[in-house]
Design a protein around this ligand. Structure first.
Ligand code: PEP
Ligand code: MG
Length: 880
């Protein structure tokens, strides 16, 4: 078998499509080399070797050694140097590279191949002993920390020590001899910590680094990251070994990280940072301040690459165009300039904010790089959510604390915490937290995930915090140098002001500002690129999108987001209003029909007004109103005062009321006296609700000349007879209201399918009902026999253990719940071919479930207002 793929210098075994085998980095290095871009030669050890390694007790395929040897010789021939040669040594980098970029794994070892002999060769060959010794100490440091697992600060201490002795402040003040002393210190320390001398044989170094990459695939941080991102462990990682090029050989050398477009805003400008005379990690480490790429972006005092290295910059601008045209997507690239010659070290599709992803997709379609359907596919529907959330109200008062880099847009308020664990713990209690760190590392990912926003005091726009926050959609202010963090004192300070852990701050990730306390926010703008993409999505989607709403505010929001009607109005939510709850309790507690009717007559005007407002806002669009569903005891009075109040309103005594409350309580209310069972035992309740609906519909018809078509929905039906009885009640009230008002409106009476039995006898139910709406919350609960109120305690474990692929209350279970949906559809449509079918459980706003609904042939999905745009886009993607 072939375990090793070469690239560069005219020998490219791989290509971009081989990402699964070569990892993202390896596949793209081969691709760049094969389209003629300047890539230093190297080779990729495949992800299959990683899988083999773990399947065979951490050993390699027997052929690997030879294949690596051959590939290494190919590099030597291309570069004209030899691995381990004391005069002209070949140095290589070793990097991991999974299918998707994955923080948490071993990242990079540079300058591998240096030892006590080859360092002299490098000094002679480069004519720069300082460079050679600096390279050697960097190698020991990287190898020591990522391969040998030695704590970072052990190396820092030694440098600090030498600096102190030499009275130096900056690294740049250290000479070749100084670096040599650092190297001696490092080697001594490594020997002391590991009990073995630092490996001198380049072959040993290489195989140790390869082993460290494979080993890091299973480390706890990588495991956490995979779990959070649904990445299977058996994908494995590849290892890339590549000839070194040096960005730190002098003033005509540089290294940089950039994006072909702005990853925060999506703006079509060349965006990034570079450093002259530096090696890769210097750019991200934040020790020196990186400089901008283009002169247009340079601020006073900054030196753009365009100005400093016009030749290499021009070449890079051409590479940028080539890459975008070739990959038809925004690229995140790494490059090095060695003695004015440009080398490409990486390209991949760039991570971006939701806002940028939207703008880039729309712009690229307009530029002709992609077509409209591709643009639709490019935007992650779930990420749209971010764009719909509030930003700081420009008029709101605020107290500026300090400012950093606008690393990831959006605004967030929360209490300050200083560790990822604390962020996770407090977020789990429902608190909004802002994670504040000097800088973040892959160990902080879980805390960044839990936080509403992230603030760091060190690092640039490509720092770990910035990149990860953008990917996660968390607002982030990075590199706020004016803020001092004191972990020990659990406080941060800036300009003499102190904020302690637990106090509130607000971040504006779009400006980089940090405010003390919370700042009012405003709703987002839904025009421009957002509207354009939605328009394109609406052209291709088949599924209609409605909303779940019962308040005018929600209905209004949903309309603005493009809802095409209401798919679920939960009328019980209208009963909790302080003005109404008294009458609701009176109705429940009354032991006579007369008492109930009297209470219901007090509720009628409120209900009618609710529906008038909803019909008005929905202006002719369908409105599905579900009659009372939950068990009555949910409305029971709790406190003594509440019981006394109800007793008085009913002219009953308190003891009788307490007894009645006990009568109403149930052992298993979710499967108890609820849904249509209530409508059947207390017909007057559904009668009042139907009356409110028809009177409102007639009122609107008179007011606007256009009658709404209410869709009245009966919950928790299990048998045809239940629907027949409740539908007859509704029809009777309709006739009464039409008689009284002299006005008729059209209406439908349908049912929810939320019990397995209903799905299985859907043909009989369809003979009575005009439509079905799948209540997949209850259908999931009853199909799995899994309490939707308690499952949170153990379901995460099920997902973690792989017993269930996802939480079935979030994403529909296609095999079980989905099968019932399909059965109900088949059976229902066999009786009524044009039976209207929708879904109104939480799944209606989940992209995966929406794809299922498209495949199942439903007519519409209904979801909460903020998810309406998500659903519109997901429905379009499902149709493509
Ligand atoms: C459902 O069960 O899916 C549903 C929409 O109803 P509710 O969530 O109100 O029970
Ligand atoms: Mg339900």
């Amino acid at each position: 078998s072939k375990w090793v793929y070469s690239f560069g210098a005219g020998h490219n075994d791989g290509k971009a499509e081989m990402r699964n085998l070569l990892g993202g980095k390896g596949a793209n290095l081969a691709e760049m080399a094969s389209i003629g871009l300047p890539v230093p030669p190297g080779f990729t050890i495949t992800t299959e070797v990683c899988t083999y390694y773990y399947d065979h007790g951490k050993s390699y395929p027997p052929e690997l050694k030879d294949q690596v040897g051959t590939a290494l010789r190919r590099i030597e021939e291309a570069v004209g140097t030899r691995f381990g040669d004391t005069h002209k040594p070949l140095l290589v980098s070793v990097r991991s590279g999974a299918r998707v970029s994955m923080p948490g794994m071993m990242d990079t070892v540079l300058n591998l191949g240096l030892n006590d002999q080859t360092v002299d060769g490098l000094a002679t060959a480069s004519g720069d002993p300082r460079f050679a010794w600096d390279s050697y100490r960097r190698f020991i440091q990287m190898f020591g920390s990522v391969v040998l697992g030695i704590d970072h600060h052990r190396f820092e201490e030694i440098i600090e020590h030498v600096k102190l002795e030499r009275g130096a402040v900056e690294d740049t003040q250290l000479t070749a001899q100084d670096w040599q002393r650092v190297v001696d210190g490092y080697k001594e320390m490594v020997a002391e910590v590991t009990g073995k001398p630092f490996p001198q044989d380049p072959q040993d170094q290489l195989w140790a680094a390869i082993g460290a990459v494979f080993g890091s695939w299973m480390n706890p941080r990588a495991n956490t990251y995979r779990r959070l991102h649904d990445i299977p462990a058996d994908w494995g990682t590849a290892v890339n070994v590549q000839a070194m090029v040096f960005g730190n050989m002098g003033e005509d050398c540089a290294t940089g990280v950039c994006f072909t477009r702005d990853p925060s805003t999506g703006e079509n400008i060349f965006y990034g940072e570079y450093l002259i005379n530096a090696q890769g990690e210097d750019v991200v480490a934040g020790i020196r301040t990186p400089q901008p790429m283009s002169e247009a972006r340079a601020k006073p005092g900054e030196r753009s690459m365009e100005a400093a290295m016009p030749g290499a910059y021009k070449e890079l601008v051409e590479v940028r165009a080539t890459l975008e045209k070739h990959y038809t997507d925004m690229q995140d690239i790494e490059f090095t300039v060695q003695q004015n010659k440009l080398y490409m070290l990486q390209t991949r599709n760039g991570k971006r904010t939701a806002a940028a992803s939207l703008k880039i997709a729309v712009d690229m379609a307009r530029e002709g790089l992609i077509d409209e359907s591709e643009a639709i596919k490019r935007v992650n529907p779930a990420a749209l959510d971010q764009l719909l959330h509030p930003t700081l109200d420009p008029k709101a008062p605020r107290k500026l604390l300090s400012k950093g880099l606008p690393a990831s847009p959006g605004a967030a308020s929360g209490i300050v915490v200083f560790s990822a664990d604390e962020a996770e713990a407090r977020a789990a209690k429902g608190e909004s937290v802002i994670l504040v760190r000097i800088e973040t590392s892959p160990e902080d990912i879980h805390g960044m995930h839990a936080a509403k926003g992230i603030l760091t005091t060190r690092g640039g726009m490509t720092s770990h915090a910035a990149v990860v926050a953008r990917g996660m959609g968390r607002p982030c202010v990075a590199g706020a140098g004016g803020v001092t963090v004191d972990y020990g004192a659990q406080a941060l300070s800036a300009g003499g002001q102190i904020v302690r852990a637990g106090e509130t701050i607000t971040l504006d990730g779009a400006t980089g500002e940090i405010f003390i306390g919370s700042v009012a926010m405003v709703e987002p703008q839904l025009s421009g690129d957002f509207a354009t993409l939605m328009e394109w999505a609406d052209k291709v989607r088949r599924l209609k999108v409605r909303t779940n709403a019962e308040t005018p505010l929600d209905a209004d929001t949903a309309r603005k987001f493009g809802a095409e009607g209401i798919g679920l109005c939960r009328t019980e939510h209208m009963f909790f209003d302080p003005e109404r709850i008294g009458a609701v309790r009176q109705m429940i507690m009354s032991e006579t029909e007369g008492g109930r009717r009297e209470a219901l007559s007090r509720l009628l005007p409120f209900q009618r007004q609710d529906f008038v407002e909803l019909f008005r806002i929905m202006a002719g669009l369908p409105v599905t109103i579900r009659l009372l569903d939950p068990p009555l005891h949910e409305f029971l009075p709790h406190s003594d005062a509440e019981i006394a109040e109800v007793a008085e309103s009913l002219g009953a005594d308190v003891v009788a009321m307490q007894r009645r409350a006990q009568e109403l309580s149930e052992a298993n209310p979710m499967l108890g006296h609820r849904g249509c069972r209530l409508g059947i035992s207390f017909p007057e309740i559904y009668e009042m609700q139907a009356r409110a609906i028809f009177e409102a519909a007639v009122a609107i018809a008179k007011e606007t000349g256009k009658a709404p078509v209410p869709e009245i929905m009966i919950p928790l039906v299990a048998t045809r007879r239940e629907l027949e009885i409740t539908k007859a009640q509704v029809d009777k009230v309709a006739q009464e209201v039409f008689g009284e008002t002299g006005h008729r409106v059209e209406y439908l009476v349908g049912t929810m399918i939320e019990l397995p039995r209903a799905a299985l006898v859907a043909d009989r139910i369809a003979e009575v009902g005009d439509f079905f709406s799948f209540g997949t919350n209850d259908l999931t609960q009853t199909t799995f026999g899994l309490s939707r109120d308690d499952a949170g305690k153990f379901l995460p474990l099920y997902v973690e253990k792989g017993i269930l692929p996802k939480d079935p209350f979030v994403s529909i279970d296609p095999d079980g719940v989905g099968a019932l949906v399909k059965i109900a559809k088949e059976k229902g449509r066999s009786v009524k071919p044009d039976l209207k079918l929708g879904i109104c459980g939480e799944h209606g706003g989940d992209p995966f479930s929406i794809a299922f609904c498209e495949e199942a042939g439903l007519d519409y999905v209904s979801c909460s207002p903020y998810r309406v745009p998500v659903a519109r886009l997901a429905a379009a993607q499902a149709a493509l």
